[in-house]
Design a binder for this molecule. Structure first.
Ligand SMILES: *Cc1c(COP(=O)(O)O)cnc(C)c1O
Length: 496
């Protein structure tokens, strides 16, 4: 048994990757990591010319060592099939002198599909052998917009699991809200909460730490709780694959040779997407630089510039809601690895964050981090301008999240000849009003009117899953306070 997964804060038993996926978050509030990361390297040259699915098998085989190859094969085939609009899954396209990696061709039109199409497959294979077969998992997720729908689509009608999604009332786009409230499936629950994303995420984390609630759910209905947020290792590792895919696509285009370094610019919120790039580097991919692109909630920019992380700051609701985050959870994993696994340090930083709302890392650690990670951010005007500029320069339409990255990419002095890849995280059709406005289109009427005008003006097509929402039936209308979340979880778990 390969029991190497433990908490970033040190004080937890060692688990297999299977157990870590099932549990989600460590008992001490830390995130699961393994010190084996990077011990086994991936031979990049052997991946050139391979399909996305075959690449996924190789990379996941290294990252999830206790899954059998045959199991991973089943998971991969189910997750990356005809529900994707492009057979490359994450196609790389030229964007001027740079490149853009499209991560949004999945069933919900956001990059979260890459992970959330396969997480339910992993989860279904984590039931502990020898235990009662009526054991069920309730997956809990707080969403700033895109995770919720992607998780619902992934888990809907998956046996032995339920899925509950909390989203901040009034703080997701109309399309995002409809995507969630119209979700079909007998095991799905969607609920709006009064607060912002961080409030909801903090409450979900508190529910995971609630031992009494856990005991009650287990006793009454054999339900254990798990997470589909990017704090779950099963969410994180599938994202490592597309960094390899981007790299081999660059090779296939003749843009680089094996071994050449590449820079990735990543629209960032919870630090999951960009952390996957760091994992890819640890597995041997020649990643030269990882650039964090933030929106106006630029807590990561300040952190990477000064070494001080401070969540006590105004929260801005922007046109890129999936990046409106003040507590960037996966940063903890990066700090763990960058400090060579200093669990004491991580534990004390995170306790500072909890008690004081801030922490400061040692200068030597900051310097080390800055050797690999750079950062930038875009305010609302710059996001809008970036959408316009990208269209004018490249005839390519980007969404407001990707636009934060585009702004950072185009503002950054290009110091080296390293090829640069911008990760594109959502379809522009998820945010047709914001995008239409930036492009100077008429944005009166509904989001669907905006979609139609965007099609017409740019010659692109709206994904069916989004355009079809106009006439879908809304199933979920509950709005609750943060304090009511534990009871809500308890109620829906009873019905599982
Ligand atoms: C989730 C999301 C992000 C941020 O990704 P993280 O892994 O949270 O850093 C960026 N853009 C879009 C569209 C997203 O859905």
């Amino acid at each position: 048994m390969n029991t190497t997964f433990h908490s970033t804060r040190g004080s937890s038993a060692n688990l297999t990757s299977r157990q870590a996926i099932r549990q989600g978050l460590a008992g001490d509030g830390g995130l699961f990591v393994t010190d084996d990361l990077g011990k086994q390297q991936v031979d990049v040259s052997a991946l050139v010319g391979k399909s996305y699915q075959d690449m996924a098998l190789t990379v996941l085989g290294v990252l999830l060592p206790d899954f059998r190859a045959s199991e991973l094969d089943e998971c991969v085939r189910a997750a990356y099939d005809s529900q994707w609009l492009d057979s490359a899954i994450t196609p790389l396209k030229p964007l001027g002198d740079d490149y853009i990696l499209e991560l949004f061709n999945g069933p919900t039109s956001a990059f979260k599909d890459v992970a959330l199409q396969i997480l339910p497959q992993f989860m279904a294979r984590t039931a502990t052998a020898g235990t009662a077969t009526n054991e069920k998992v309730m997956v809990l997720t707080a969403t700033s917009g895109d995770t919720g729908k992607a998780a619902l689509a992934g888990f809907a009608d998956t046996g032995g699991t339920g899925i509950t999604v909390f989203y901040p009332e009034g703080k997701v786009s109309e399309i995002q809200r409809l995507q969630m409230t119209t979700q079909t499936g007998s095991n799905v629950n969607v609920c709006a909460v009064k607060g912002n994303f961080d409030d909801a995420q903090t409450a979900v984390k508190r529910i995971f730490g609630d031992k009494d609630l856990a005991a009650k759910l287990e006793e009454n209905n054999s339900v254990s709780l798990s997470s589909a947020n990017s704090i779950n290792v099963g969410r994180l590792v599938p994202q490592v694959v597309y960094y390899f895919s981007a790299y081999t696509q660059l090779i296939e285009r003749g843009a680089i040779k094996v071994g050449d370094e590449v820079e990735f610019v990543v629209p960032t919120g919870n630090f999951g997407d960009i952390l996957a790039g760091y994992y890819a580097k640890k597995l041997g991919l020649p990643v030269g630089r990882l650039t964090v692109a933030s929106d106006r909630n630029n807590v990561l920019f300040d952190f990477l510039t000064t070494g001080a992380y401070n969540r006590e700051r105004p929260f801005y609701q922007t046109t890129s809601p999936s990046m409106d985050i003040l507590v960037s959870s996966n940063l903890e994993r990066m700090l763990y690895y960058m400090s060579d696994g200093d669990t004491k340090l991580i534990g004390s930083l995170m306790s500072d964050l909890q008690s004081k709302g801030s922490f400061t890392i040692p200068d030597s650690l900051l310097e080390r981090i800055r050797g690999l990670f750079s950062c930038g951010w875009a305010d609302e005007d710059q996001v809008s301008q970036a959408i316009t500029d990208c269209w004018n320069a490249n005839r390519y339409v980007i969404d407001p999240h990707t636009a934060c990255g585009y702004h950072v990419l185009t503002q950054m002095p290009q110091e080296t000849a390293m090829p640069r890849v911008l990760l594109s995280t959502a379809s522009p059709y998820k945010f047709p009003r914001v995008v239409g406005k930036a492009l100077g289109l008429d944005t009166t009427g509904t989001d669907f009117d905006c979609m139609d005008r965007l099609c017409e003006a740019t010659g692109t097509t709206a994904p069916k899953n989004l355009r079809g929402l106009e006439h879908a039936t809304e199933r979920f209308t509950d709005v609750i306070s943060i304090d009511e979340m534990p009871d809500y979880v308890s109620n829906v778990s009873e019905r599982l």
